[in-house]
Each structure stands twice: as structure tokens, then as C-alpha cells.
Design a protein around this ligand. Structure first.
Ligand code: AMP
Length: 186
């Protein structure tokens, strides 16, 4: 069985942690565009150098670059066979449209919205101490989320793919809620 998922949620909502549980449950590939970009930065590739400035400022890397990276990645054997969970993508409407176009008829099984209130994610992000987690960058990313990413939730909701999961609670509580919600959509 191929399972194609997107996990959605504000930065700091616990997407990364819950992706590990999804990977362990379904054997899918975890595709995090943030991780891929950070690897490109660390490797000092041309794309990495260009992306670094945007990432440090809390902005969004260009749609064409990101869409190209993801379109390539989802055709690799570990993602094409078992499926994948996309983490941090799509973040804009053009990205959402590009993803559905790339998937064609197969489409997505579900888009999970891991829902954690704004004050809670802000506190979590300020506590995690990542290099690009300056106060300005955190605020810019949360503002960008509301402006550019919120419409993507509506886009998937209109297509009957959106499943909202309460992201408050222990990792185990959230995980069992999440897996139950995904199973209902497979
Ligand atoms: P993340 O680890 O998902 O928080 O991503 C870290 C940074 O990488 C973001 O703040 C963006 O600058 C960039 N990034 C990650 N995914 C995307 C995406 N889908 N579109 C544009 N920029 C992205």
C-alpha cells in the first residue's frame, strides 16, 4: 500500500516528532523541505547558499526551487513505493497546486493539520534555541504562515483532504490521535 500524506501545522507544532511516528507506523519516507534545505546549506551547494539568506531572515525560499526539489524527491524509490509524509511543504498555494499536478491521478491520501494554538507554538519555538530562531525570524515565520499558508489549508479542505488533529497533549496522546485519523482516511 502506498500512503501519501502531508503534515501541516505552525512551526513549533511538533510536526517533526509526529513524522517519526508516522514513518514507524506506515514505513513511508519522511520528506522535510526544511531538512533538505539545511543539508544543502551545510553542503555549501549553490542552492544552499541562496537559500541560507532567505532562511536566516525567516522568509520563504522560492516556489520554483522548492517544487523542483520535492518533485524529484517523491519519485525516488523509498518515496514512490511505500509513499511519503511531506513535512513543511506545501507552504503556498502555488506549491499545493504543483504538488497535486506532480502526483496526478494518485493524489494524496490525507493532509493533516496538527493544530496547536499560537501562544503555545511561540513559547515552544523560543525554547528550542535553533540558530535561525531569533525573535524576529519567529515572528516573521508565524506571520507568513497566516498570510501564505492558511489559504493552503482552505485549498485542501475544499478538496476533502484536510484532517484536523488536536496537537496538545503528550507525544503518545497526539500520536495515537493522529494515526487513528489517518487510518480513517486510507
Ligand atoms: P522548517 O524546518 O520547515 O521550519 O523550514 C526552515 C526554513 O526553510 C523555513 O523558514 C523556510 O525559509 C525554508 N523552507 C522550508 N520549507 C519551505 C517551503 N515549502 N517553501 C519555502 N521555504 C521553505
Amino acid at each position: 500500500m502506498t500512503v501519501r500524506l502531508v503534515i501541516f501545522g505552525r512551526q513549533g507544532a511538533g510536526k517533526g516528532t509526529q513524522c517519526v511516528n508516522i514513518v514507524n507506523t506506515y514505513g513511508v519516507a519522511h520528506i522535510s523541505t526544511g531538512d533538505m534545505l539545511r543539508s544543502a546549506v551545510a553542503a555549501g551547494t549553490d542552492m544552499g547558499l541562496r537559500a541560507k539568506e532567505v532562511m536566516d531572515a525567516g522568509g520563504l525560499v522560492g516556489d520554483d526551487i522548492i517544487n523542483g526539489i520535492v518533485a524529484d524527491r517523491i519519485t525516488e524509490p523509498d518515496a514512490a513505493g511505500p509513499g511519503f509524509v511531506l513535512d513543511g511543504y506545501p507552504r503556498t498555494l502555488p506549491q499545493a497546486e504543483a504538488l497535486l499536478a506532480a502526483l496526478g491521478e494518485d493524489g494524496l491520501d490525507a493532509v493533516i493539520n496538527l493544530d496547536v494554538p499560537l501562544d503555545e507554538v511561540t513559547a515552544r519555538m523560543k525554547g528550542r534555541g535553533r540558530e535561525d530562531d531569533t525573535d524576529e525570524a519567529i515572528e516573521r515565520r508565524l506571520a507568513l504562515y497566516e498570510q501564505e499558508t492558511r489559504p493552503v489549508l482552505d485549498f485542501f479542505e475544499e478538496r476533502g483532504l484536510l484532517v484536523t488533529v488536536d496537537g496538545l497533549g503528550t507525544e503518545e496522546e497526539v500520536s495515537s490521535r493522529l494515526i487513528a485519523a489517518i487510518n480513517e482516511h486510507l
